[in-house]
Structure formats: C-alpha cells, structure tokens
Design a protein around this ligand. Structure first.
Ligand code: ADP
Length: 691
C-alpha cells in the first residue's frame, strides 16, 4: 500500500496543535515531507517571514537550510541541528511510521544563546533591511537551551508518529474493508459462475444463512425464511426420503454428500450437496457449513452419454456380424454377442483371449491376417476368407483404432458370415456355366438348321430359276405356234373359237411375264455382284427418260437430289424402274401423274430415297402384303395390270444391299415409298457372298 504522511494525519488539526505548542513553548515547528513539501507549519518567526524570506538572497539561504537538514536525516540520523546562513538555528528529526521514513519534523528558528547583534546589524545593512525593525524581530526569536532541543523534537516527532500511526491504522482498516467487500463480490461472482452456493448455520441464533447463489439455485425469494421443512419441500418427491435420511444421518456425525433433484417452478434441477458439521464433546452441533452445486447440465450430459452408450452397446450386440475389438497384441478387448456365440462362450469370457487361439486354434496369427496388416500400416483391410474352424465363408474388415494421442491401440475386426451368399454365387456360376453350355449347344443346332435352311433356300432359288428358265422353252413354242395360227388360220375359226384362241394368247403372255418376273427375282436372290459407286440421280434419270419415251411425256416426274452410294447399278436401275413404274401405273383415271423422286442422307452412313406420287394410294393395313411375291391389291380384271412381283423384287434388292423398304399411303391420296440404304456396302465378304 502506497501512502504519504498527508494521507495519515488530519492536517488542520495537526496545524492547530503545532500552533498551540508554539504559543505555549515559543518554538515554531513544521512537518515537511521528503520532497520538501511543507505539510503542516505553525507560524514562522517574524525575522524570517518579514525579512529573510522577502529578500531573494536571504530566502535562498533559508531553503538551503531546510534541505541540508533533511539530507542529514536521510543518512539515518535521528536528530540534527543546523545554523542557517542567516544566523538562526533549526533542528529536525525524522518521522518514521511503520518503518517508513515519511517526513521530517522541523523546529526553528531559535537561538541557543543570546544573539550577536553586530552580525545582524551587518546583515541589515547587506540586505537593506530597516535596522531597528530588523533587530527588534531578531530579539523576538526565542532562546532555547541546546540540551532541551532533543526532548522538544522527540516530543513533537513522537506526537507526529502517534497520530500518523493512528492514521495508518485507520487507512489500513479502510483498505482491508474495501478488499473484503471486493472479495465478497468476487466470491458471489465465482459462486454464480460455478453455480455453487453455500449456507451456514448460525448456532447462537439457531438460523440458517443462504448465499445469494443458494437462493438462486433453489429459486427461493431472498426474503423467504429458510427452514428445514421448506428446503425438504423443494426436494423432488422421489428423492425426498433419501435426502431426509442422509441429513439425519449427517446430524449423527456421518458425512453429508448427496446428489438429488429439486423442483424449481416447472423445472427439475439436479444439485450436489455437501456439508461439514462439527459437534462439541457433548455431541451438540457447534458449527455447520455446506455447499450446493447446480449439476443439472452435468447430469443431462451424463444421461445423454449413458443413453448413447446403451444405444451403442445395443447396436454392437444386435448386429448379425461378428465384431471384436482387438488390441495390438491380438487380444480381444471386447466382443459382441454374435462373436461370443460363435466362440461358444460368454461375452466377458472373450476379453483377453488371443484371437488366433480362440478363432483359428493356432499359436500365432495366420498368414495374411488382416488385423496384423492393419496394425503394421494403419490401413483398412477387407477380404473374403473361408474359415474352417467357424464353418463358413466370411467377409473380414479391419479398421484401425487410435487413442487420444494418435497412437494405434488396435482394430475393429468385423467378420460377416457370407457362407450363404458364397453358395448362391457358386450355384449361380454353375447355372451360368450350364446355361452357356446349353446356349452353345443350341447355337450350334441353330446354325446347323440355318445352314440347312440356307441350302434349301438356295436349292429352291436354283429350282425357281431353272424351272422358270425351262418353262420359257415350251412357252415360247406355245407363243410361236399361236402366232402361226393367228397368221394362217385365224379366219377359219368361228367366233367362239377365236375367243378361246385370244384367251390362250393372253394366258401365254401372262405366263411369260410371270416367268420373267420370277426369273428376275431369283436372279436377285443370287445377290448383288458388282458393287461400286453409283450416282443414284444418274440411274433414276435414265429410268425416267425411258418412261418419258414410253408415255410420250404424259406425266411430270421431278428428280431432286439423290445421293451417291456403293451399290449394284443394275439392281438400283431395277429398283427405280419398279417404284417409278408403279407410281405411273397406279394413277387416278383422268389425272396427270405427278411424281417426285428425291433423297437425303439421314446420317453419314445411311441414305433415304423417296418416291412420291399423287395416285390412288392404298390402305396402310396392306403394307406388309404388297411386298410379298404375287400379292396384289387389284383383281386380274381391274384396269391395273401386273404380276404382284414388282415390290417383292424391290424388297429383295434393298435387303440384299443391307437396307429396308416401307411406304406411307392413304387410299385415294397418293403414296410415298421410302427406301433406306447404307451409303457404303457392308455386306459379307466375297467368299461369303458366293456361299
Ligand atoms: P404389281 O404392280 O405387278 O401388281 P407390285 O408388287 O409392284 O405388283 O405391287 C403390288 C401391289 O401394290 C400392287 O398390286 C398395288 O396394289 C400396290 N401398289 C404398288 N405400288 C403402288 C402405288 N404407287 N400406288 C398404289 N398402289 C400401289
């Protein structure tokens, strides 16, 4: 504690005392601190105030005197006497309070014997004082016997020390009280932060005092008097009996240390109570002190932890996998229920067992043990193993476990029984192999059948070709002899015979057409021979010119862009002939045929050709039918002649080129035939083609 004498004494009162002393003894006194500050002073001598302190040089000598005296006391002296250069005497003693040199007590000015007046006369002259007045003032200065000076000073100093010490005591008390108040405040703050309150029993008053925090914890208003019954009523009913019993036991000298619930308004709190009770020899309570801590948060955390632990344990035990926590030395730290069941022992009995002994019945870990590998490099492992001793297949996984410092302490070893899955997999593999074998067998059978079919087809096509070819010969004869009859003896036949003859001729002509178409079809069936780059527009143009020539320009055939592709040019010619021929043929009577032939590339590899007319059209439900050989939508008597082979030939050509043909139409509203062909020929190789 830092203080000066000023803080310890009442300056006004002390001055009065010094003045009274001056009046009584005639010696002026002053208290001056170590910095030279005059704290208290009785009246100075007139010779000083009216003369020496007025002239500058003389005043300097005065202060020099104070300083010299004070300095001599700093060296530890208890008394010092000094004659000032103005010829007067001063004496001083240190004021030491509680071991601290705080200030000095000065007395002065005085003489110890009658003054030498000549000296003062000379001084009056030197400073220009009024000599008579100055000498009168000098004469007023008291003469004090030198031997009495220490006693005077000792009296005054002791006096200053006494009042200073009193002041210090008071100051210290004030300070202590202040500190006490601060400490109390701190205590209250600490109690609020720690949620700890306290109470104490005042034995003489037979009363219990609660701290603010205790009131707060219990939620009681401060003014409410606290007695044991009121306290017990606030305890949760389920805990009341336990608390009551514990307190009564504490009153017999047992420790009171209990956790229980209290009801505060609508909430339930947990508190921890501890008490220190002291008894006198007669067994009566001498003092009682207790603490109450609000532990609701801790209890809630504990309960949550407990719940989490229970949930974890339940999960751990209810998973169907075999789980063991292993330490780094392959010992089981914990095993779940399934694992214990598999080992045929209780869960607790698993703890401490070496897994290689209990599971593998070996005296060291087996080769490739995933736990050993994880312990070695800290990496998780998953692998499938067949474990004879556990009678099945297992998917094993090991996950490293670390302590708080990051050191590896073991692994979580999970073994999933995959025996069933494995056997299903095995069965599946067997079934798949069986299926594959059967598919191969079937494929072989099919390819044999296909080969057979292709052979039959080829034979049939050959037969059709040969038959139609051979049929031409007798037909030619029929037609040749028919011509001879027409030339030489048609007139000899009566009308009916002529009619018969004409019908024979027509039938023969029709037969010729049929044979020709059949030949065309079977020729195509021998597949395209000369595949090369063909400008479809050129080919279509040739066909159009032939038709124009035949029809004498009766119709409009518009040719728009057609692509260039790889194809058999003869077959392409045939294709356009049939499609454009049909478009011209199937026209509405009296209407000018308007035909548009165009194409596009639907992508880089495929092109489309459209032949669009404004003819009679057909119902789309016959779409499939019209592409079959000899299928027509018109009777033989209709105005539209034909063999029903044209579109069948078209389809054959298109398919031989790896494409397709279809149409869009509506009866009475024209038709659009759409051919899709690959731009590049992707058909089978030449050898294959010849098969
Ligand atoms: P054909 O023309 O010799 O009868 P196709 O095979 O060329 O034989 O045609 C089969 C049938 O398809 C025809 O009988 C006709 O009914 C129908 N058809 C073909 N092209 C057209 C078309 N452009 N407009 C309407 N019907 C058609």
């Amino acid at each position: 504690m830092k203080y000066s004498l000023n803080d310890l004494i009442d300056v006004q009162e002390t001055r009065k005392l010094l003045e009274d002393f001056h009046a009584a003894v005639g010696v002026p006194a002053a208290i001056i601190d170590l910095e030279g500050l005059v704290l208290v002073a009785s009246r100075w001598q007139r010779v000083c105030t009216d003369f020496h302190r007025v002239d500058e040089t003389a005043r300097k000598r005065c202060t020099e005197s104070d300083t010299t005296l004070a300095n001599s006391l700093l060296t530890g002296k208890t008394y010092s006497l000094y004659r000032c250069r103005n010829g007067l005497l001063d004496a001083a003693s240190p004021i030491i309070i509680d071991g601290e040199h705080l200030a000095n007590m000065f007395i002065g000015q005085f003489f110890t014997e009658k003054p030498e007046m000549d000296f003062f006369r000379a001084q009056a002259k030197q400073f220009g004082f009024d000599e008579a007045e100055y000498l009168r003032a000098v004469a007023e200065v008291p003469i004090v016997a030198e031997e009495t000076l220490p006693a005077i000073l000792s009296f005054l100093t002791s006096f200053a020390v006494i009042i200073g010490s009193l002041g210090l005591k008071q100051l210290k008390q004030v300070q202590t009280e202040k500190e006490l108040r601060e400490t109390e405040k701190d205590l209250k703050r600490a109690q609020a932060v720690a949620k700890v309150g306290n109470w104490r029993i005042n034995i003489p008053e037979n009363a219990i005092y609660w701290s603010d925090e205790t009131y707060r914890i219990f939620g009681f208003p401060h003014e409410k008097p606290i007695d044991y019954d009121a306290f017990l009523a606030s305890v949760h009913p389920d805990d009341r009996e336990r608390v009551d019993h514990s307190w009564k036991t504490a009153l017999t000298g047992q420790p009171y240390d209990i956790e229980h619930r209290i009801i505060v308004g609508d909430t339930i709190k947990w508190v921890h109570e501890q008490a220190l009770l002291e008894f006198n020899e007669a067994g009566a309570l001498r003092s009682g002190f207790g603490t109450v801590q609000d532990i609701t948060d801790r209890k809630q955390t504990e309960q949550e932890l407990l719940r989490a632990k229970n949930e974890w344990e339940l999960t751990f035990d209810s998973v169907p996998d075999l789980i063991a926590i292993l330490d780094t030395r392959h010992r089981i730290v914990r095993a779940n229920r399934k694992m214990a069941e598999k080992l045929g022992i209780e869960q607790e009995e698993c703890v401490g067992l070496h897994c290689y002994e209990s599971v593998h019945h070996a005296d060291c870990p087996p080769h490739g043990c995933p736990h050993s590998m994880t312990i070695r490099d800290g990496k998780e492992r998953t692998l499938e193993v067949h474990e004879e001793s556990l009678g099945g297949d297992f998917l094993i996984s090991t996950t490293p476990l670390y302590d708080e410092q990051g050191g590896m302490v073991g692994t979580v070893h999970v073994a999933r029984d995959i025996t069933e899955r494995k056997s299903i997999e095995k069965e599946l593999r067997r079934s798949r192999d069986e299926l594959e074998r059967r598919v191969q067998e079937r494929t072989a059978e099919l390819s044999q059948a296909l080969e057979k079919l292709e052979k039959m087809n080829r034979e049939l096509e050959d037969f059709a070709y040969i038959a139609s070819h051979d049929l031409q010969e007798p037909l030619r004869k029929i037609q040749a002899f028919g011509n001879l009859i027409r030339e030489k003896c048609i007139d000899k036949l009566d009308k009916t015979e002529q009619e018969y003859f004409i019908r024979i001729e027509r039938a023969a002509e029709r037969m010729r057409q049929l044979i020709q178409d059949l030949l065309k079809l079977s020729r195509i069936a021998t597949r395209p021979e000369s595949m090369r780059t063909v400008d479809l527009k050129e080919i279509a143009n040739e066909v159009v010119q032939v038709f124009d020539h035949q029809s004498g320009g009766n119709g409009v055939i518009e040719l728009v862009d057609l692509p260039t592709i790889e194809a058999d040019p003869c077959q392409m010619m045939q294709l356009f002939q049939n499609l454009i021929g049909n478009a011209l043929k199937y026209q509405k009577p009296g209407e000018i045929p308007t035909i548009k032939v165009y194409g596009d590339l639907s992508d880089q590899n495929t092109c489309r050709i459209f032949v669009k007319d404004n003819g009679i059209g057909f119902e789309e439900r016959y779409l499939e039918k019209i592409f079959l050989p000899f299928q027509r939508l018109h009777g033989r008597d209709s105005q539209y002649e034909g063999t029903g082979m044209g579109l069948a030939i078209c389809r054959k050509i298109v398919e031989q080129h790896g494409g397709s043909i279809t149409a869009k139409s509506e009866s009475g509203n024209g038709s659009s035939f759409i051919v899709t062909l690959p731009v590049k020929h992707r058909g089978p190789g030449k050898d294959e083609l010849k098969k």
